[in-house]
Design a protein around this ligand. Structure first.
Ligand SMILES: [Zn+2]
Length: 294
Protein backbone atom coordinates (compact mmCIF):
# COMPACT_ATOMS: atom_id res chain seq x y z
CA UNK A 1 0.00 0.00 0.00
CA UNK A 2 1.35 3.39 -0.95
CA UNK A 3 1.52 5.64 2.11
CA UNK A 4 3.86 8.43 1.07
CA UNK A 5 4.75 10.18 -2.18
CA UNK A 6 8.56 10.11 -2.00
CA UNK A 7 10.78 8.42 0.56
CA UNK A 8 14.06 10.31 0.05
CA UNK A 9 16.22 8.10 2.25
CA UNK A 10 16.56 4.32 1.88
CA UNK A 11 19.53 1.96 1.89
CA UNK A 12 20.59 -1.18 0.13
CA UNK A 13 23.60 -3.30 1.03
CA UNK A 14 24.35 -6.77 2.29
CA UNK A 15 26.25 -7.49 5.45
CA UNK A 16 29.60 -9.10 4.78
CA UNK A 17 29.60 -8.11 1.10
CA UNK A 18 29.07 -4.35 1.44
CA UNK A 19 28.48 -3.59 5.09
CA UNK A 20 31.40 -4.52 7.31
CA UNK A 21 34.35 -3.21 9.30
CA UNK A 22 33.91 -1.03 12.35
CA UNK A 23 30.49 0.19 11.25
CA UNK A 24 29.08 -3.35 11.27
CA UNK A 25 30.83 -4.16 14.56
CA UNK A 26 29.50 -0.98 16.18
CA UNK A 27 26.00 -1.70 14.93
CA UNK A 28 26.07 -4.88 17.02
CA UNK A 29 27.75 -3.15 19.96
CA UNK A 30 25.24 -0.29 20.10
CA UNK A 31 21.99 -1.89 18.93
CA UNK A 32 22.65 -5.51 19.77
CA UNK A 33 21.42 -6.53 16.34
CA UNK A 34 22.04 -6.03 12.65
CA UNK A 35 19.76 -3.69 10.72
CA UNK A 36 21.81 -3.04 7.62
CA UNK A 37 21.56 -6.26 5.61
CA UNK A 38 19.27 -5.53 2.68
CA UNK A 39 19.01 -7.38 -0.62
CA UNK A 40 17.47 -5.71 -3.68
CA UNK A 41 14.42 -8.00 -3.33
CA UNK A 42 13.92 -7.07 0.33
CA UNK A 43 14.33 -3.40 -0.48
CA UNK A 44 11.86 -3.55 -3.37
CA UNK A 45 9.21 -5.06 -1.08
CA UNK A 46 9.63 -2.31 1.53
CA UNK A 47 9.61 0.38 -1.17
CA UNK A 48 5.99 -0.50 -2.00
CA UNK A 49 5.01 1.82 0.86
CA UNK A 50 6.00 4.86 -1.21
CA UNK A 51 5.25 5.98 -4.76
CA UNK A 52 8.97 6.62 -5.28
CA UNK A 53 12.04 5.96 -3.15
CA UNK A 54 15.59 7.32 -3.27
CA UNK A 55 18.14 4.48 -2.92
CA UNK A 56 21.53 5.54 -1.63
CA UNK A 57 24.94 4.12 -2.44
CA UNK A 58 27.48 4.56 0.35
CA UNK A 59 31.20 5.04 -0.31
CA UNK A 60 32.63 4.92 3.20
CA UNK A 61 35.75 2.78 3.20
CA UNK A 62 37.09 4.47 6.38
CA UNK A 63 34.26 2.82 8.35
CA UNK A 64 34.49 -0.44 6.41
CA UNK A 65 31.31 -0.07 4.35
CA UNK A 66 30.97 0.43 0.61
CA UNK A 67 27.66 0.01 -1.20
CA UNK A 68 28.88 0.56 -4.79
CA UNK A 69 27.26 2.85 -7.31
CA UNK A 70 27.15 -0.02 -9.82
CA UNK A 71 25.25 -2.21 -7.36
CA UNK A 72 22.64 0.50 -6.75
CA UNK A 73 22.33 1.23 -10.47
CA UNK A 74 21.67 -2.45 -11.18
CA UNK A 75 19.13 -2.73 -8.37
CA UNK A 76 17.07 0.25 -9.56
CA UNK A 77 17.22 -0.64 -13.27
CA UNK A 78 13.75 -1.44 -14.62
CA UNK A 79 12.16 -0.20 -11.39
CA UNK A 80 10.62 3.19 -12.19
CA UNK A 81 9.73 3.77 -8.55
CA UNK A 82 13.37 3.59 -7.41
CA UNK A 83 15.73 6.56 -7.83
CA UNK A 84 19.38 5.64 -7.45
CA UNK A 85 21.88 8.02 -5.84
CA UNK A 86 25.64 7.70 -6.18
CA UNK A 87 28.08 8.05 -3.33
CA UNK A 88 31.65 9.17 -3.91
CA UNK A 89 34.28 9.92 -1.30
CA UNK A 90 35.78 13.25 -2.42
CA UNK A 91 39.18 12.18 -1.05
CA UNK A 92 39.49 9.46 -3.70
CA UNK A 93 42.00 10.50 -6.38
CA UNK A 94 39.49 9.59 -9.09
CA UNK A 95 36.46 11.12 -7.33
CA UNK A 96 35.51 13.39 -10.25
CA UNK A 97 35.66 10.54 -12.77
CA UNK A 98 33.60 8.32 -10.46
CA UNK A 99 30.83 10.90 -10.18
CA UNK A 100 30.77 11.58 -13.92
CA UNK A 101 30.58 7.83 -14.57
CA UNK A 102 27.77 7.46 -12.05
CA UNK A 103 25.71 10.17 -13.73
CA UNK A 104 26.51 9.65 -17.39
CA UNK A 105 26.92 5.87 -17.62
CA UNK A 106 25.03 4.49 -14.62
CA UNK A 107 22.15 6.96 -14.80
CA UNK A 108 22.19 7.84 -11.09
CA UNK A 109 20.31 10.96 -10.04
CA UNK A 110 22.04 12.39 -7.00
CA UNK A 111 25.04 12.27 -4.68
CA UNK A 112 25.22 11.05 -1.10
CA UNK A 113 27.99 12.48 1.09
CA UNK A 114 28.80 11.64 4.70
CA UNK A 115 31.86 13.61 5.79
CA UNK A 116 31.89 12.01 9.24
CA UNK A 117 32.02 8.52 7.64
CA UNK A 118 34.21 9.50 4.69
CA UNK A 119 36.76 11.42 6.80
CA UNK A 120 36.76 14.79 5.09
CA UNK A 121 35.70 18.28 6.13
CA UNK A 122 32.87 19.80 4.07
CA UNK A 123 35.11 22.79 3.31
CA UNK A 124 37.85 20.56 1.85
CA UNK A 125 38.67 21.76 -1.69
CA UNK A 126 38.23 18.17 -2.90
CA UNK A 127 34.64 18.25 -1.64
CA UNK A 128 33.94 21.63 -3.23
CA UNK A 129 35.34 20.30 -6.54
CA UNK A 130 32.89 17.39 -6.38
CA UNK A 131 30.01 19.74 -5.57
CA UNK A 132 30.93 21.76 -8.63
CA UNK A 133 30.38 18.66 -10.75
CA UNK A 134 27.05 17.98 -9.03
CA UNK A 135 26.08 21.59 -9.68
CA UNK A 136 27.06 21.21 -13.33
CA UNK A 137 24.79 18.18 -13.76
CA UNK A 138 22.05 19.68 -11.60
CA UNK A 139 21.91 16.61 -9.36
CA UNK A 140 20.89 17.01 -5.71
CA UNK A 141 23.22 16.22 -2.82
CA UNK A 142 22.17 14.57 0.45
CA UNK A 143 24.46 14.95 3.43
CA UNK A 144 24.64 12.77 6.50
CA UNK A 145 25.53 15.76 8.66
CA UNK A 146 24.81 14.66 12.20
CA UNK A 147 25.94 12.19 14.79
CA UNK A 148 26.39 8.46 14.24
CA UNK A 149 26.81 5.35 16.35
CA UNK A 150 30.16 4.21 14.96
CA UNK A 151 33.38 5.18 16.69
CA UNK A 152 35.21 4.99 13.35
CA UNK A 153 33.46 8.19 12.21
CA UNK A 154 35.07 11.60 12.81
CA UNK A 155 32.70 13.70 14.88
CA UNK A 156 34.41 17.01 14.08
CA UNK A 157 33.20 16.73 10.48
CA UNK A 158 29.56 16.15 11.43
CA UNK A 159 28.16 19.60 12.27
CA UNK A 160 25.36 20.94 10.04
CA UNK A 161 26.67 24.51 10.18
CA UNK A 162 29.68 23.35 8.16
CA UNK A 163 27.30 23.16 5.18
CA UNK A 164 26.67 26.89 5.11
CA UNK A 165 29.79 27.48 3.02
CA UNK A 166 28.89 24.87 0.36
CA UNK A 167 25.37 26.34 0.27
CA UNK A 168 26.77 29.85 -0.25
CA UNK A 169 29.19 28.60 -2.90
CA UNK A 170 26.51 26.72 -4.87
CA UNK A 171 23.24 28.60 -4.30
CA UNK A 172 21.33 26.81 -7.08
CA UNK A 173 22.34 23.29 -6.00
CA UNK A 174 19.56 21.33 -4.30
CA UNK A 175 20.91 19.86 -1.07
CA UNK A 176 19.49 18.39 2.08
CA UNK A 177 20.57 17.22 5.51
CA UNK A 178 19.47 13.73 6.54
CA UNK A 179 17.92 12.89 9.92
CA UNK A 180 17.15 16.59 10.69
CA UNK A 181 20.91 16.82 11.44
CA UNK A 182 20.36 15.20 14.85
CA UNK A 183 21.24 16.02 17.56
CA UNK A 184 21.91 19.48 16.05
CA UNK A 185 18.41 19.88 14.66
CA UNK A 186 18.14 23.64 15.24
CA UNK A 187 21.57 24.16 13.69
CA UNK A 188 20.51 22.17 10.61
CA UNK A 189 17.32 24.22 10.32
CA UNK A 190 19.33 27.44 10.59
CA UNK A 191 21.11 26.40 7.37
CA UNK A 192 17.81 25.48 5.72
CA UNK A 193 16.38 28.85 6.70
CA UNK A 194 19.24 30.76 5.08
CA UNK A 195 19.26 28.93 1.74
CA UNK A 196 16.16 28.56 -0.36
CA UNK A 197 17.25 25.30 -2.04
CA UNK A 198 18.24 23.56 1.19
CA UNK A 199 16.06 20.87 2.80
CA UNK A 200 16.06 18.35 5.65
CA UNK A 201 14.69 14.84 5.88
CA UNK A 202 12.97 13.31 8.91
CA UNK A 203 14.50 9.85 8.64
CA UNK A 204 15.58 7.81 11.68
CA UNK A 205 13.93 10.24 14.08
CA UNK A 206 10.88 8.16 15.00
CA UNK A 207 12.74 6.56 17.91
CA UNK A 208 13.75 10.04 19.19
CA UNK A 209 10.42 11.71 19.96
CA UNK A 210 11.86 14.57 22.00
CA UNK A 211 14.38 15.60 19.34
CA UNK A 212 11.78 15.13 16.59
CA UNK A 213 9.22 17.29 18.41
CA UNK A 214 11.80 20.04 18.91
CA UNK A 215 12.82 19.82 15.25
CA UNK A 216 9.21 20.08 14.05
CA UNK A 217 8.60 23.04 16.36
CA UNK A 218 11.77 24.78 15.16
CA UNK A 219 10.88 24.16 11.50
CA UNK A 220 7.52 25.76 12.23
CA UNK A 221 9.08 28.75 14.04
CA UNK A 222 11.56 29.34 11.19
CA UNK A 223 8.76 28.90 8.64
CA UNK A 224 10.61 26.21 6.73
CA UNK A 225 8.09 23.43 7.25
CA UNK A 226 7.59 23.20 3.49
CA UNK A 227 11.22 22.10 3.13
CA UNK A 228 10.92 19.12 5.45
CA UNK A 229 11.11 15.94 3.34
CA UNK A 230 9.88 12.47 4.18
CA UNK A 231 12.57 9.83 4.64
CA UNK A 232 12.50 6.47 6.40
CA UNK A 233 16.20 5.47 6.55
CA UNK A 234 15.08 1.93 5.70
CA UNK A 235 16.22 -0.59 7.00
CA UNK A 236 16.88 1.35 10.21
CA UNK A 237 13.20 2.29 10.24
CA UNK A 238 10.22 1.88 7.93
CA UNK A 239 7.72 4.18 6.23
CA UNK A 240 4.99 3.07 8.61
CA UNK A 241 7.05 3.62 11.77
CA UNK A 242 8.22 7.00 10.51
CA UNK A 243 4.64 8.20 9.93
CA UNK A 244 3.62 7.01 13.40
CA UNK A 245 6.62 8.79 14.94
CA UNK A 246 5.83 12.04 13.14
CA UNK A 247 2.23 12.06 14.38
CA UNK A 248 3.37 11.26 17.92
CA UNK A 249 5.91 14.10 17.85
CA UNK A 250 3.30 16.50 16.45
CA UNK A 251 0.95 15.54 19.29
CA UNK A 252 3.81 16.16 21.75
CA UNK A 253 4.33 19.65 20.27
CA UNK A 254 0.66 20.44 20.76
CA UNK A 255 0.39 19.00 24.25
CA UNK A 256 3.46 20.96 25.39
CA UNK A 257 2.15 24.09 23.70
CA UNK A 258 5.46 24.64 21.86
CA UNK A 259 4.02 24.60 18.32
CA UNK A 260 0.69 23.89 16.69
CA UNK A 261 1.92 21.09 14.43
CA UNK A 262 -1.25 19.48 13.13
CA UNK A 263 -1.99 16.05 11.70
CA UNK A 264 -2.49 17.75 8.38
CA UNK A 265 1.04 19.24 8.60
CA UNK A 266 2.36 15.69 8.93
CA UNK A 267 0.19 14.57 6.00
CA UNK A 268 1.82 17.32 3.94
CA UNK A 269 5.30 15.98 4.77
CA UNK A 270 4.16 12.51 3.66
CA UNK A 271 2.65 13.88 0.45
CA UNK A 272 5.52 16.25 -0.42
CA UNK A 273 6.70 15.74 -3.99
CA UNK A 274 10.45 15.67 -3.43
CA UNK A 275 10.99 14.49 -7.01
CA UNK A 276 9.76 17.86 -8.24
CA UNK A 277 11.39 19.91 -5.47
CA UNK A 278 14.81 18.32 -5.94
CA UNK A 279 14.64 18.31 -9.71
CA UNK A 280 14.78 14.53 -9.97
CA UNK A 281 13.54 12.97 -13.16
CA UNK A 282 9.78 12.53 -12.86
CA UNK A 283 8.88 8.88 -12.58
CA UNK A 284 5.51 7.38 -13.42
CA UNK A 285 3.51 6.15 -10.47
CA UNK A 286 3.67 2.41 -9.95
CA UNK A 287 0.05 2.00 -10.96
CA UNK A 288 0.71 3.40 -14.43
CA UNK A 289 3.61 1.09 -15.19
CA UNK A 290 3.05 -0.98 -18.28
CA UNK A 291 2.51 -4.65 -17.60
CA UNK A 292 5.07 -6.98 -19.14
CA UNK A 293 4.36 -7.83 -22.79
CA UNK A 294 3.12 -11.23 -23.93
ZN1 LIG B 1 20.72 6.58 6.21
Amino acid sequence: MTLVTVDVHTHLGERGTHVGGPLADDEMRVWGRTHWDVTPAGHAAAAAAATASVVLAFDAEPVGTVVPNEYVAKAVADKPNLIGFASVNPTRPDAAARLRHAVEDLGLYGLKLGPTYQHFHPHDPACLDLLEIADHYGIPVVWHQGTTFTRAAIAEFARPLQLDLPARRFPALRMWIAHFGHPWTAEALSVVRRHEHFYVDVSAMDTRPWQLAQALATASEYQVFDRVLFGSDYPFSTVERTITGLHRAAALCRSLGIANVTASDIDHICARDAVALLGLRPRPPRSSQQPPGP
